[in-house]
Design a binder for this molecule. Structure first.
Ligand code: NAP
Length: 260
């Protein structure tokens, strides 16, 4: 299927590695010109060059922290009127909520709730005027099934989800659609560091924890970031204007429900 994206432009946040990178690559394969962001300039530039080399599309790296005003302004300066916005940032650390103070919570809310909301605010009216927009927020399976050690992630992402549910229905008439992608376990640095945290507590090998996570899904494996990237490109397609305000779980069937 031709997704109808050739010549479109996108900002993909937090995209030097992992799920963000996979989304950027899948969009580039569809002919989307990209601005990608991450904090570490060297990694980001390497990724931009790799994606550009493979796909032949223009990929502009903009280094910065997307949870800050400056980071968002830099990305928007490089692409003020994107057709597509993929919101993403690193996830909050695991832990016990008794150890988290206000500062910790503000960091999580800034990165995983307010950064996407302010980026949406910056681009959504222009998308409505141009009668095309696709916004995908990378959240987490924890939105549907909270993960006890990731309390800040559970909380901040739930806030974003609630906001998006309302806004998605206000802009859909302009062919601007907003959906969320909810990753379960995907083999990225984030998964490895979470597994390392758990392995340390249980005094077992990190690979054993990852193998347990794989076994816990009906697919018997963890996800490949490339699968996530392709799902993202699909949700950015010109042909999906009737898919509005969804929370699409990509978790290998791990969420046990008659209606996922
Ligand atoms: P990852 O492999 O660790 O990659 C994170 C990417 O985001 C890197 O490019 C990183 O580069 C960038 N980044 C992090 N914080 C940033 C910030 N404040 N501003 C700009 N760029 C930033 O993580 P991932 O697995 O792809 O996870 C992506 C999101 O999905 C996270 O929120 C994570 O919690 C969530 N998630 C992942 C899984 C999973 O299994 N992988 C499951 C559920 C939810 P720099 O460090 O250089 O900035």
């Amino acid at each position: 299927m031709d997704l109808g994206l050739t010549g479109k432009t996108a900002i993909v946040c937090a995209a030097s590695k992992g799920l963000g990178r996979a989304c950027a690559l899948s969009l580039a394969r569809e002919g989307v010109e990209l601005v990608i962001t991450a904090r570490t300039a060297s990694e980001l530039e390497k990724t931009a060059a790799e994606i550009s080399k493979e796909t032949g599309v223009k990929v502009t790296p903009v280094a910065g922290d997307i949870s800050t005003e400056e980071g968002r302004a830099a990305a928007l300066a490089a692409c003020p009127a994107p057709d597509i916005l993929v919101n993403n940032a690193g996830g909050p650390p695991p832990g016990d909520f008794r150890d988290w103070d206000r500062e910790d919570w503000i960091k999580a809310i800034d990165a995983n709730m307010l950064a996407p909301i302010f980026l949406i605010k910056s681009v959504v009216d222009g998308m409505c005027d141009r009668k095309f927009g696709r916004i995908v927020n990378i959240t987490s399976a924890s939105v549907k099934s909270p993960i006890p050690v990731l309390g800040m992630s559970n909380g901040a992402r739930a806030g974003l989800t609630g906001f998006v549910a309302g806004l998605a229905r206000q802009v859909a008439r302009h062919n601007v659609v907003i959906n969320n992608l909810l990753p379960g376990p995907f083999l990225t640095d984030r998964l490895r560091s979470g597994a390392a945290h758990e392995a340390g507590k249980r005094n077992v090998a990190v690979d054993d924890v990852i193998a347990e996570r794989a076994k816990a899904t009906p697919t018997g494996r963890v996800g490949d970031p490339a699968e996530f990237g392709d799902a993202c490109a699909f949700l950015c397609s010109a042909k999906i204007g009737f898919i509005v305000g969804h929370n699409l779980l990509l978790d290998g069937g791990g969420f046990n429900s008659s209606i996922a």
